[in-house]
Design a protein around this ligand. Structure first.
Ligand code: CAA
Length: 261
């Protein structure tokens, strides 16, 4: 495959793509070149039919220590607004169709925390450090942190974090529902994410795509429209071969054959 300056990209299991941020000298700070590569790697997995689920991780020390402060410190309002700074780097990942699991070890600060929250499932090791320290830099979260962190852990906790710049440990992230699972060690966290990706990749990819789409709609629609949207998509799946295969094999008498989707 392609080789990158700031990423390590692999396929640790069949149908599973793994992207590891690899800019150790800057604790994976999210510079424009790094983000350009990340978008390219995600796009490559998105358009590869042999990949069904993606894991994004960093190093043991840092998932990502934020947007690159040195790169943006002299940015003007006109340049930021004119280039739609940050929107350009978050749009691809937030519109990704394949499931994305973020495996967070070490620092996930500022844009790093926001990037982690853009995934579909977030796993952490207990020593992970989440935070939105932008207030200490005279600014605020700019890649969705005020919205996604608040939805994940509630207003009061998110306010405390964002207004004081205080951190949240991996253990605490698990208790508050920011992380779906918390692991003892960084290696276990990455392995756990890959195992979950492999499990998802073993199901009907049409159903997985639809499931991700309807859950994401819950973040934007009211309950009534959300449930109606879900039902339309559910009805639509009766037109799929995979639904016939899945329900057909369940209903068959005798030993259940493993479905090959
Ligand atoms: N941008 C650019 N460089 C960064 C960086 C960042 N966000 N975070 C760390 N680095 C660099 C450091 O400057 C340092 O480089 P040099 O060796 O050239 O000096 C290198 O990475 C190692 O960092 P430290 O020496 O600081 O490592 P540490 O272990 O002592 O501290 C840390 C680790 C607590 C994470 C500390 O690096 C830190 O506080 N980083 C900044 C975190 C931050 O404020 N993030 C938010 C950025 S703003 C943002 O993200 C806006 C948004 O919403 C999109």
């Amino acid at each position: 495959g392609k080789s990158y300056e700031f990423l390590l990209v692999s396929e640790p299991k069949p149908k599973v793509g793994l992207i590891q941020l690899n800019r150790p000298k800057a604790l994976n700070a999210l510079s424009t070149p790094l983000i350009t590569e990340l978008n390219s790697a995600l796009q490559t997995f998105q358009s590869n039919p042999a990949i069904s689920a993606i894991v994004l991780t960093g190093s043991e020390k840092a998932f990502a220590a934020g947007a690159d402060i040195k790169e943006m410190k002299d940015l003007s309002f006109s340049a930021a607004y004119g280039s739609d700074f940050i929107e350009s780097w978050s749009s691809l990942i937030t519109f990704l169709k394949k499931p994305l699991i973020t495996a967070v070890n070490g620092y996930a600060l500022g844009g790093g925390c926001e990037l982690a929250m853009m995934g579909d499932i977030l796993y952490a090791s207990k020593g992970a450090v989440f935070g939105q320290p932008e207030i200490k830099l005279g600014t605020i979260p700019g890649a969705g942190g005020s919205q996604r962190l608040t939805r994940a852990i509630g207003k009061s906790r998110a306010m405390e974090c964002i207004l004081t710049g205080s951190n949240i440990s991996g253990t605490q992230a698990g208790e508050w529902g920011l992380a779906a699972r918390v692991f003892e060690t960084p290696q276990e966290c990455v392995d756990g994410a890959v195992a979950t990706a492999e499990k998802i990749a073993g199901f009907s990819q049409i159903a997985v795509k639809a499931a991700k789409e309807v859950v994401n709609k819950s973040q934007e629609l009211g309950i009534r429209e959300g449930v109606e949207f879900e039902r339309r998509v559910f009805h639509g799946l009766f037109g799929s071969r995979d639904q016939k295969l899945g329900m057909g094999s369940f209903a068959e008498k005798g030993p259940k054959a493993k479905v090959e989707w």
